[in-house]
Design a protein around this ligand. Structure first.
Ligand SMILES: CC(C)(COP(=O)(O)OP(=O)(O)OC[C@H]1O[C@@H](n2cnc3c(N)ncnc32)[C@H](O)[C@@H]1OP(=O)(O)O)[C@@H](O)C(=O)NCCC(=O)NCCS
Length: 189
């Protein structure tokens, strides 16, 4: 139920909810070191109760309409996800983020899911500016921003302290008219 197919390879986007705690934990255990290279996502989820707590925090944010977590399943296995953050419908702004376990990389899963998510926030929720924030060294993440046609706004120098290292954060964005224009140009080919 409530699944969006992302292609013919068994990839699906679905809500990721507290009842997925066991599956979420198993997925994190397969990818923790890779996922946490630049971001602390899921690092507090170390057993089923804490995995449920992490998912419940996102469920509460979803209920408050300030964030939403969506899981990526490949042939029935949870392998990653995409999310909205700092969602501000009144101001028309939000941030989007993503993660994958290593085995699911290199197949365009996040790029494909992001297109669906950004279409939805712009077309259905009236968001005007979608932001992408990534550590300057996180090339795979910056490549997604590039692939999605985002513009590099600038750098928040040394603003992200992670694992004892201060990282520069790159801020990228796409505005609703730019997104619609690129989508229309793409559909003509
Ligand atoms: C960031 C992250 C999700 C990127 O993963 P990814 O697999 O490179 O991203 P995508 O799922 O969009 O796949 C793109 C890759 O698939 C390839 N690809 C294959 N089919 C594709 C398709 N239909 N569409 C787009 N790309 C496709 C692309 O060429 C690209 O591979 P390349 O980089 O070798 O050229 C991953 O590195 C990750 O989870 N890192 C840890 C968590 C993290 O840092 N998150 C981001 C925080 S800002």
């Amino acid at each position: 139920m409530y699944a969006i197919r992302l292609g013919d390879d068994g990839a699906e986007l679905r809500p990721l909810e507290p009842w997925h705690a066991q599956e979420f934990l198993a997925h994190l255990e397969r990818g923790r070191e890779f996922i946490n290279q630049y971001i602390p996502f899921g690092s507090k989820a170390v057993d089923v109760p804490t995995a449920r707590e992490a998912l419940q925090r996102y469920a509460d944010l979803r209920a408050a309409d300030t964030a939403a977590l969506h899981g990526l399943w490949l042939d029935g296995t949870l392998v990653g996800g995409v999310l909205t953050l700092n969602f501000d419908a009144a101001n028309g702004t939000c941030e989007v983020g993503c993660w994958l376990e290593p085995a699911a990389t290199g197949r365009g899963l996040v790029t494909r899911a992001m297109r669906v998510l950004i279409d939805w926030v712009i077309d259905q929720r009236g968001i005007h500016r979608v932001e992408w924030v990534a550590a300057a060294g996180n090339e795979p993440s910056l490549n997604i921003a590039r692939r999605l046609g985002m513009t590099r706004d600038g750098v928040r120098r040394q603003s992200h302290l992670h694992h004892g290292v201060r990282h520069d954060l790159e801020v990228w964005s796409v505005l609703a008219p730019e997104w619609r224009q690129a989508r229309a140009a793409h559909s003509e080919h």
